[in-house]
Write a protein that binds this ligand. Sequence first.
Ligand SMILES: O=c1ccn([C@@H]2O[C@H](COP(=O)(O)O)[C@@H](O)[C@H]2O)c(=O)[nH]1
Length: 266
Amino acid sequence: MGLRFTVLGSGSTGNATVVSSDAATVLIDVGLSGKKIDELLKEREISGEDLDAIFVTHEHSDHIKGLGAFARKHRLPVYANERTWGAMARIVGDIPEPNRKVLPTDSVMEIADLRIESYGISHDAVEPVGYCFQADGAKLSLATDLGYVSDKVMKQLQNSDVMVLESNHDVDMLRMGRYPWNIKRRILGDTGHLSNEAAGDALCRLLTGSLRRVYLAHLSQEHNLMDLAKLTVNTVLESNGFFYHKHEFALCDTYHDRPTPWDIIK
Ligand SMILES: O=c1ccn([C@@H]2O[C@H](COP(=O)(O)O)[C@@H](O)[C@H]2O)c(=O)[nH]1
């Protein structure tokens, strides 16, 4: 069991993911209440006491809603870049100084045998990041809240074994949906969220290496369906000549209201 993870919740109602190596366990984002995170951890047979640290992607409430309460309750160190700390200070409240850890964007650190790398992404937060994790020769990449996938991000995601990739909306459903135009424009823009097609396009450039599973994540409950997201991503892949067998590669589900099973990458 060298590297494993579970997505506890995914979507604009709250995001949180646990990544675990042989000797370290970390939580990425606390976008649900602290109480809910405790319940979800219990469902996956771990607890806040098993965690070594929390890593924050950005200051939007669906990523930090329960951060302050959860970090205080379990006395956990919290890692974020300097500007994200500034932007979330008021929402998060008091985190004791020794547990306020600054991890600059595009830097690498290690907790025991788990290597953690942050990378900058395009989203309308002050300095949003994604994270890649490596242990025991395996690589997991988390890539959500992306307006678009830049060449730099693409390079960062290369050689992943498993990815959690945003597939937020179906563009036609969003265009015809009930959100006000300014919000639609934001979601569709370069600092918004990845569509199903954009996720498919990104995968066409990533499916050449070791990639075995991609969890489609941060799906809109208004403007998407898991089956539609998978169909669209598959259609983009096939129209670009990528045909695969189930045992070689799989698209997997995430949920807004329940955790994914533990995925044991290695
Ligand atoms: O009334 C709203 C609804 C949503 N948003 C933001 O839009 C994106 C996409 O939301 P989905 O729930 O995935 O459709 C997300 O960032 C929401 O926070 C909004 O600003 N106002």
